[in-house]
Design a protein around this ligand. Structure first.
Ligand code: G3P
Length: 228
């Protein structure tokens, strides 16, 4: 499963991209609205940082407007993926944009049938929301499993992108179900990173090493010799 970052904050992308784990990014109007600066500048910076598909979302309600916005957004950067909300107008726009060579991320997908339609319209990525399903007491893992099964059965090329990720367990579920991508908020990346036994183990290694001062001298000498 590839990891995208789900944010409009360039600073968050800079931090997580430095870990060497990112393959792309997703933004949406709500995430961008939280940030200062022009959306185009933010999207270009994020696309440069992740060096992979970077979703920028259209906001028109009709296909004609979505297509026009999508054509303009994709010119911001080679990595820009046009993000299109699910619906009849979104399906029309997705078919037109993908036929014209654009990458499209169809978003706000909450069921296998919606995912089947999104994939059938040619969407490159199908963003299947987990957290918002859990918020209304619907088992997101069951829905995601059905979506993966349906799209794999149809042998459709669209990639299943797990979105609305709220905690590390969503990541384990998405990966174990065979999702192609998960788009992850910076907060969840940090939750994935931390484990008390890792912290405890690193502290023990450091204290045991320091208990033999000659070892530190040996290693410093080794580094100096290597640098020549
Ligand atoms: O990109 C979709 C994602 O940002 C939605 O997440 O937490 O607002 O449901 P959330």
């Amino acid at each position: 499963m590839e990891l995208f970052i789900d944010t409009g904050a360039v600073s968050e992308v800079e931090e997580i991209a430095s870990w060497g784990v990112l393959s792309g990014a997703t933004t949406n109007p709500s995430l961008l609205a939280k940030e200062d600066g022009e959306p185009g500048d933010i999207i270009r910076k994020i696309a440069d940082l992740v060096n992979g598909p970077t979703s920028a979302e259209v906001v028109s309600a009709d296909a004609e407007g979505m297509i026009a916005e999508g054509q303009a957004l994709r010119k911001l950067h080679d990595h820009v993926t046009v993000k299109v909300p699910f619906g009849p107008e979104g399906l029309k726009a997705t078919r037109a944009l993908t036929d014209d060579g654009a990458m499209v991320n169809m978003t706000l997908v909450f069921s296998p049938n919606q995912a089947l339609l999104a994939a059938s319209s040619g969407a490159t990525f199908v963003s299947c929301f987990m957290g918002r399903l859990d918020d209304i007491s619907v088992d997101s893992s069951k829905v995601l499993e059905e979506i993966v099964d349906v799209l794999r059965a149809r042998d459709l090329e669209s990639k299943v992108l797990a979105a609305s990720i709220r905690h590390p367990e969503h990541m384990v579920t998405a990966a174990s179900l065979g999702c192609d991508i998960a788009t992850v908020p910076a907060k969840v990346f940090h939750q994935m990173l931390n484990h008390p036994l890792t912290t405890e183990g690193a502290a023990k290694f450091e204290s045991d090493w320091k208990s033999r001062p000659e070892f530190g001298e040996w290693l410093s000498g080794l580094v100096a010799a290597d640098k020549g």
